[in-house]
Ligand binder design. Structure first.
Ligand SMILES: Nc1nc2c(ncn2[C@@H]2O[C@H](COP(=O)(O)OP(=O)(O)OP(=O)(O)O)[C@@H](O)[C@H]2O)c(=O)[nH]1
Ligand SMILES: [Mg+2]
Length: 322
């Protein structure tokens, strides 16, 4: 069993993971809210800051509209009061997608999973952080002593199979793989059979991020999905889309293709530590309406935390009190 996780560690990881964002936003937020009274320039400065932080033009406008409305309704006159409302409205936007979707159990929580094997398919464009995130997830499941099997469904590159095996070794889990160039559907079929035969708790399937055309890629993902469903009509129980936080708004456009092809249930936002524009979480929640389940906070096996909207927003504003 991998060392159990402590919820406090997750908070620490979240704070470390958004260090760059906090550094970029903290002093500016402090200066915006240091004024005594609310004036027009406060709203302009806030909007500009949110857009710089990658919140996105539409989401920033929506957020500020809600904050302004409440400020008026609640007769708030101090800038400090606006700060509190802003935090609450940010949390609200971040929680909205989860409210409209079936929530999946999280990897680090104890207790039995609703299906055995619990099948997780992981998709995303090339280089977004899929393979690394799979290893991190496997590690989280292992902290609860669950038997995990990984499937090397990215058969497109030989190096991808070796990379997954390397990570599997680090996380202490087995990898089902075929030869490079093999059919990804066949790997999916073998892996779900193997997971059943071995009585594994969790099966996580890596997929290719790059094929000759986007059409081929989406067709391959659909096929993997279909093969899994033949063995277990409920599978995959989760389809996680890995987005690279450093690509910002550009990453959002990709999501719709993956959503159509595989029906995304949640997002893993990788490389959040690599950007000062962590406001992208708000754009993702508001524009894609898909809940963010996990954030990637570094390159190591342990560098992943569950996404907690309240903690995230608190951490974002914390540097501002220093
Ligand atoms: N700093 C940081 N780097 C990360 C994180 N997640 C992944 N990376 C790095 O991003 C790069 C790509 O990660 P991979 O896991 O190989 O991405 P992939 O989506 O599997 O890539 P392909 O298989 O080529 O499509 C690697 O150098 C990782 O170390 C993260 O949360 N933080
Ligand atoms: Mg990969």
């Amino acid at each position: 069993m991998n060392k159990p996780v402590n919820m406090f560690d997750f908070l620490k990881k979240t704070k470390e993971g958004i260090k760059k964002t906090r550094e970029a936003l903290g002093s500016q937020l402090a200066s915006i809210f240091s004024r005594a009274k609310i004036e027009d320039s406060l709203w302009d400065e806030l909007e500009e800051l949110l857009i710089t932080a990658d919140v996105g033009v539409a989401t920033a406008a929506k957020l500020l509209d809600r904050v302004k409305e409440r400020t008026k309704k609640e007769k708030v006159t101090e800038a400090a009061g606006v700060r509190g409302i802003l935090k609450e409205e940010m949390v609200r936007i971040l929680l909205e997608p989860a409210a409209s979707m079936k929530t999946a159990p999280t990897a680090y929580q104890p207790g039995p999973l609703p299906a055995k094997p619990w099948v997780v398919m992981v998709v995303g464009v090339n280089g977004s952080g899929k393979t690394t995130s799979i290893a991190k997830l496997a590690h989280l499941y292992r902290t609860q002593n669950r038997e995990v099997i990984l499937a090397a469904g990215d058969t497109f590159r030989a190096a991808a199979i070796d990379q997954l095996k390397l990570w599997g070794g680090r996380a202490g889990v087995d990898v089902i793989a075929h030869q490079p160039g093999a059919d990804a559907g066949a790997v999916a079929f073998d892996s779900i059979q193997a997971a059943r035969n071995r009585n594994a708790d969790v099966l996580i399937i890596d997929t290719a991020g790059r094929l000759h055309t986007k059409f081929n890629l989406m067709e391959e993902l659909k096929k993997v999905r279909k093969v899994l469903a033949k063995v277990d009509p409920e599978a995959p129980h989760e389809a996680l889309l890995v987005l690279d936080a450093t690509t910002g708004q550009n990453g959002l456009a990709q999501a719709s293709h993956f959503r159509e092809a595989v029906g995304i249930t949640g997002i893993v936002l990788a490389k959040l530590d690599g950007t000062a524009r962590g406001g992208i979480v708000l754009a993702i929640s508001d524009e894609l309406k898909i809940p963010i389940h996990y954030i990637g906070t570094g390159e190591k096996l342990e560098d992943m935390a569950p996404f907690n909207a309240r903690e995230f927003v608190e951490a974002l504003f914390e540097s501002n009190q220093a």
